[in-house]
Design a protein around this ligand. Structure first.
Ligand code: ADP
Length: 316
């Protein structure tokens, strides 16, 4: 008997992945991916973050077989997309950006058609289970065109799951989706992740990535410029901002803060931004008091992913 294949370490592994779109008409050639190395661990909730035009969709579409790469290699669940495309394709479900769907099929029909497309035998289809999981069982016989935007989005997630892929990719799934629907969608995706599915999310919403993803790669101009656990990425910025509201209004500048960044806020508070490796909050407070400031209120602001992002992407 064959020994069962152990699960792969990486759900997705790209080595030196390169893509140049050829110039068309008056358009210029675009070097969309520049030798991208990216390894997405099995079981991750992984964020692929980058501004518009960074190359996120190109990366996803190469994995999905919609775009032909110019160089390098990629594998999905250990299956090379060139030498083992059937198994590679079978291991991934991709939820596309657009809400394009055939308006005449009901959710149930849409899932059955998709399952047929993937060659899932009738006895192994899980249409009911999937529709229940995304909260669309009640709507199973409705025309797709009568579904709300959020329902359509959930139907797209359902369609991507018909072949039970171990890897689910969501390409900018919440662009233009309102807050309630976004939350609902994340509940479903979190449940899928908890059940063992590796999730890859592309987004340009920093907050979303910071809240959901355990690991984040930042891609800019076709290059991966960071890839690490979210907490580590956010912790990269070695600085804090002390926000002090004085009891009586100050007339800046105040002496004694030349080695840190001093700024006034319209509220009358002032801020001291300092490197945590050079100064402690204790020391900063002592210095505020030594400057004769009576403190009315106090808070500390820490950098978030947006700060890291700006720091990493500016000047490149
Ligand atoms: P993102 O998904 O991060 O917004 P894309 O992968 O869509 O980025 O685009 C990366 C770059 O490739 C951009 O410069 C874009 O203009 C270019 N590009 C994307 N698709 C095509 C295409 N089909 N033909 C030519 N250029 C393209």
């Amino acid at each position: 008997m064959l020994a069962p294949t152990p699960p792969p370490v990486y759900a997705i592994e790209a080595r030196g992945l390169d893509k140049t779109y050829r110039a068309q008409g008056k358009g210029e050639a675009a070097h969309a991916l520049k030798h991208v190395d990216l390894a997405i661990p099995r079981g991750a909730f992984f964020g692929l973050l980058g501004p518009n035009g960074a190359g996120k969709s190109t990366f996803i579409n190469i994995l999905g077989g919609l775009v032909v790469k110019s160089g390098g290699s990629a594998s999905i669940w250990g299956h090379d997309i060139d030498s083992d495309p059937m198994n590679a394709r079978g291991a991934i479900g991709i939820v596309p950006q657009e809400l394009n769907m055939d308006p005449f099929f009901s959710p149930l029909e849409a899932l059955e058609i998709q399952a047929g497309y993937y060659g899932v035998p009738k006895a192994e289809r899980r249409s009911e289970e999937i529709l229940r999981a995304v909260g669309l069982w009640d709507k199973r016989d409705a025309y797709a065109r009568t579904l709300s935007g959020g329902m359509k989005r959930r139907l797209l997630v359902a369609k991507a799951m018909v072949h039970s892929p171990p890897v689910l990719v969501l390409d900018e799934p919440t662009a233009g989706v309102d807050v309630d629907l976004r939350r609902q969608l994340w509940e479903h995706v979190r449940a899928l992740h908890a059940s063992g599915v590796t999730i890859v999310l592309t987004t340009h919403y920093l907050e979303e990535a910071q809240e959901l993803c355990d690991t984040i790669a930042i891609i800019n101009h076709g290059q991966v410029i960071a890839c690490e656990p979210t907490a580590q990425l956010v912790g990269r910025l070695d600085r804090k901002t002390l926000v002090v509201t004085p009891q009586t209004a100050l007339a800046p500048p105040i002496a004694g803060f030349e080695d840190v960044t001093f700024a006034m806020r319209p509220t009358g508070a002032f801020t001291l931004t300092y490197k945590t490796s050079d100064h402690s909050v204790e020391e900063m407070l002592d210095r505020v008091r030594a400057a004769g400031v009576k403190i009315k209120d106090l808070s500390i602001e820490e950098p978030d992913l947006e700060d890291v992002f700006v720091e990493l992407t500016t000047g490149r």
